[in-house]
Design a protein around this ligand. Structure first.
Ligand SMILES: Nc1ncnc2c1ncn2[C@@H]1O[C@H](COP(=O)(O)OP(=O)(O)O)[C@@H](O)[C@H]1O
Ligand SMILES: [Mg+2]
Length: 251
């Protein structure tokens, strides 16, 4: 029987807050729960999810090639080594292809992919540019990622307000949470962040000093024993309708 993928766009106002990390980890967690998952790198200019999701970058086709007819859609979809039923597509579009890809093209692309996957998780580019426009407007759910950094929170507020206009289901992840910063009043607490961004919280992720080493080495935090894995597994369960109370990972 055909599937009907739920499209989840991972977005943020500010760059560098952890969208790519969340996309790769959440897609892997959902795949490990038995779903067939496609992770799309929705950045139209710079591809980087491939490096973080277990592909070595040696692949031939991206969305631009599909748009130009250089290949069929299936040729641009690659299997990730991180989970059995986890797939990846690069959304880069260059030159002539860029003019051809608009919101209705992405809408049709997603409609075409939906019957083959349970989830399509899209790593969008920061801000409210074309990547945001193309993917968040075509998503069933948007997850906004922020950190404790005030500019990231304010930018998150701005994109949350923009998404609210379309009435799309929206959640928030607070990443790189450092409780010491909150306790010493050097950062807003989680309730204050929820009050500012006005979006339902779906999870909190701790600062993990080993993360960059793992990612640079082509490893996934989901295959390590770490708190990011525990928290992402809970977020995946919540997305699938399970009631998992927030676990405090700080003392
Ligand atoms: N929870 C975390 N703890 C520590 N470092 C993190 C965490 N999340 C992300 N990072 C690091 O922050 C940088 C940006 O993360 P990335 O996922 O690429 O963000 P974005 O896609 O929003 O630009 C990377 O070096 C990544 O390793
Ligand atoms: Mg990124």
């Amino acid at each position: 029987m055909d599937k009907n993928a739920k499209v989840i766009a991972i977005a943020s106002g500010k760059g560098g807050v952890g969208k790519t990390t969340v996309t790769a980890s959440l897609a892997q967690a959902l795949a490990e729960r038995g779903n067939t998952v496609l992770a799309i790198d929705g950045d139209l200019d710079f591809r980087n999810l491939d490096l973080i999701i277990g592909l070595d970058g040696s692949f031939a086709y991206d969305l631009g090639d599909v748009a130009l007819g250089n290949c069929v859609l299936n040729d641009a979809i690659y299997k990730s080594a991180f989970a059995d039923n986890l797939y990846f597509m690069a959304g880069t579009v260059e030159g002539e292809a860029e003019k051809r890809v608009d919101s209705s093209v992405i809408g049709r692309l997603l409609d075409h992919l939906r019957p083959y996957y349970d989830y399509i998780v899209v790593d969008t580019a920061a801000g409210m540019g074309k990547s945001f426009e193309l993917y968040t407007k075509n998503a069933d759910t948007v997850i906004i990622v922020t950190t404790l950094y005030k500019p990231a929170i304010r930018d998150g507020e701005k994109i949350a307000a923009e998404i609210a206009k379309d009435g799309i289901q929206t959640y928030m992840i607070v990443n790189s949470l450092d409780e010491r910063l909150i306790e010493s009043k050097n950062a807003p607490n989680v309730d204050e962040i929820i009050d500012s961004v006005c979006v339902k919280l779906i999870g909190l992720l701790p600062c993990e000093s080993r993360l960059i080493r793992w990612q640079n080495g082509g490893l996934s935090p989901m295959d390590r024993r770490c708190e990011i894995k525990t928290q992402i597994d809970d977020i995946a369960a919540r997305i699938e309708g399970e009631n998992r109370p927030l676990k405090k990972f700080w003392k």
